[in-house]
Ligand binder design. Sequence first.
Ligand code: SAH
Length: 381
Amino acid sequence: MTSLPLISVDPDARGRRPSMPPRHLADLDLPGRQALVTELGEPAFRAKQVSNHYFGRLVRDPERMTDLPAATRERLAGELLPTLLTPVRELACDDGATRKALWRLHDGSLVESVLMGYPDRVTVCISSQAGCGMACPFCATGQAGLTRNLSTAEIVDQAVYLAGVAASGAVSGSPPRLSHVVFMGMGEPLANYSRVVAAIRRLVAPAPEGLGLSQRHITVSTVGLVPAIRRLASEDLSVTLALSLHAPDDELRDELVPVNQRWKVSEVLDAAWDYAATTGRRVSIEYAMIKDVNDQPWRADLLGRLLAGKLAHVNLIPLNPTPGSRWDASPKPVEREFVRRLRDAGVSTTVRDTRGREIDGACGQLAAAGDTDGDSRAATA
Ligand code: SAH
């Protein structure tokens, strides 16, 4: 792949203490940027100009900002657009329609994002934390624990960067414009609440303040932090909520999604239905199909009873087994029976495609911290 330069991982970066990155334009709303630019001794309108390069034209190279006086370009770009994400490695599969990017952050933390092209849309799957503290045993990210929250701009920059890759025509057979963002990369977005909400505001604000995406095209996926779901419902944002349910009963969900020990299935579903009522948006129920663990017909029937008549859609995800995992994906006939039972209960159900599987870029496979040594798969980049 040619769109991102490949560099090697800096060995000194490992073992550094995690710390938040420098301030970046995308951390601030437009008035905040204007105040900052004024503080820097420049006219306030420069904030809009730089914002337009970054969000509108997807340009971050000061040389190309020719409407700014040559003397101040470097300085303004240095202050407003410090480098947050350094591409370490990029992998492609699905004939180039899926691309995973591994980024190194300023403190050496590693995170990943995935760009997925479809005939009618381009989606990026972004990370909200380096690592994750939710400890779901089937998820690769969950195994290493939480390193730190990402800043608002570190979250936004993943989408802006990959919007630029898409705009360069790198995803053949897809429109050039990024249209959808899903918070399904590394981390639990609602555990980094204020930065994630600020990032959503940047993603949906029209250019030059933001990327101008439709709220309906943004999906926030959560393990089910009930107070945060309720708070999100009050934000006057109608983004899609995806709830990682994975089991319809507390006994099993306590194990698969440990935060269930705090907020039970009934509580998290109540919060989801309230979210649907407030926003008018159908909630997406995520359910990884794990062989002989959560794929029994009786669980399909119980799930069907919980969801029937609700503003919900079930997304079944064939389990992507993580290295060393004792679990496997459900066999196709079992999956089909599960789908049939849910549909018979009147619940709309689809099976998620397994984009990015060969590059460990599929759901639950992102685990950058354990993947830094230029392994054999990197050679295929
Ligand atoms: N923390 C958020 C976002 C995580 S990833 C959340 O849990 O929702 C997005 C989805 O991938 C979640 O539904 C997650 O449970 C699922 N997932 C994690 N590991 C997986 C795996 N190995 N196979 C399939 N899906 C997985």
